[in-house]
Structure formats: structure tokens, C-alpha cells
Design a protein around this ligand. Structure first.
Ligand SMILES: [Ca+2]
Ligand SMILES: [Ca+2]
Length: 187
């Protein structure tokens, strides 16, 4: 089972103080200094069904990407009532770069969980004379996998108390991007 929500966001050159809408890398032959910038992208939210995957995507349109980290967090719903306990849900993620490199964390059960993957690129420094790196530019894909969702089970074995099914869970995805950007007006 694949599909469900597709979330689309875009990290444009505008976020780096460049000209909005062009999507072109900043000119590297005009001099100027570069500085390392950290850009947290807007948090993505979604809901996954038990034993299924959901997908999100975003694109990176800046050059000289140093690292990119995607962090998945989730919190199970509250107990249905004082006589039931909501047992933990399993969530994990897989992230694929534009170069088809994939990193993943298999689903783990947690009431409040967190899992993340990081990509690093061979850009440790950027000067006017060094070559512009386009590594990491393009479309990224995230797949959130929801495994078994622990049900709401009765705390006591009393007549009439039933198990309530837990059929899925909401999650959030935080994406953080580090890259070298040209200092505006720098020399
Ligand atoms: Ca649960
Ligand atoms: Ca749940």
C-alpha cells in the first residue's frame, strides 16, 4: 500500500536572499564571500494508516548543500478513557535524494517517538574560486511507514470492557538544510 498524502514544498533561491523565481544558482564568478546557512523548512504534517506507507516530497533549489536532515516525530492518541491504555504505534521513515541515495529507519514502537536520517555532501568550504556544487539539488522523496498500531486495551479484565482498535497515527516531518550562500554585498 502506497500513496495517500503528497505534500509539496520547495526551497527556492529566494530563501537564500537570491532573486525569487529564477531557480538559477547564484553566479560564482563575480566575487564575494560565502557563509554557512541553516534553513529549517516548514514542518510537514500527515497521517498514516496502520500497515501502510504515505509519501511526501520537497525540492531543493540551492547550490552548495552541505547537509540535509529529515526528522520524523509522532505521538500516539491519548487513552480513550480511564479504563483503557493506548499501546504504542510503530513508525519509521525512508528518504531518497535526487541522486537516488536512500536512507531509512525501520518502524519502531513508541508512544512518543522520533527517528531521523541525515545526508552529507562533499562541500566543506565555499570560496569564490571553488566549484559550485549541485549535489542534493532537485526532488527529494520521503516515505513514512506506519507498522502495527497498538490498540486501546482495557486496563482491567472486567466484563464488558473491549479493546478499541487504533488504526493509524499523525506525524510531523522536520527538514533542516545547511548550505553555503553568498553573503549579500560581501567582497
Ligand atoms: Ca496506539
Ligand atoms: Ca495511534
Amino acid at each position: 500500500m502506497l500513496g495517500i498524502g503528497v505534500l509539496l514544498i520547495s526551497l527556492m533561491g529566494a530563501a537564500a536572499g537570491g532573486k525569487p523565481g529564477t531557480g538559477l544558482p547564484p553566479p560564482s564568478s563575480q566575487g564575494g564571500k560565502f557563509e554557512l546557512k541553516t534553513v529549517p523548512l516548514p514542518t510537514l504534517t500527515g497521517t498514516g494508516q496502520e500497515n501502510s506507507d504515505s509519501q511526501a516530497s520537497f525540492s531543493v533549489n540551492v547550490t552548495n548543500l552541505v547537509s540535509l536532515t529529515v526528522t520524523l516525530t509522532w505521538e500516539d492518541e491519548a487513552n480513550a478513557d480511564s479504563r483503557h491504555t493506548n499501546t504504542p504505534d510503530e513508525l519509521g521513515l525512508s528518504v531518497t535524494s535526487p541522486a537516488n541515495e536512500s536512507k531509512s529507519e525501520p518502524p519502531v514502537a513508541a508512544t512518543q517517538g522520533s527517528a531521523g536520517v541525515s545526508f552529507t555532501f562533499p562541500v566543506t568550504e565555499k570560496t569564490v574560486n571553488s566549484k559550485t556544487s549541485k549535489a542534493g539539488m532537485g526532488s527529494w522523496k520521503i516515505v513514512v511507514s506506519v507498522g502495527n498500531c497498538g490498540d486501546q486495551v482495557p486496563r482491567f479484565n472486567i466484563f464488558g470492557l473491549r479493546t478499541f482498535a487504533d488504526t493509524g497515527n499523525a506525524y510531523t516531518l522536520d527538514i533542516e538544510c545547511n548550505y553555503f550562500a553568498k553573503v549579500k554585498g560581501g567582497r
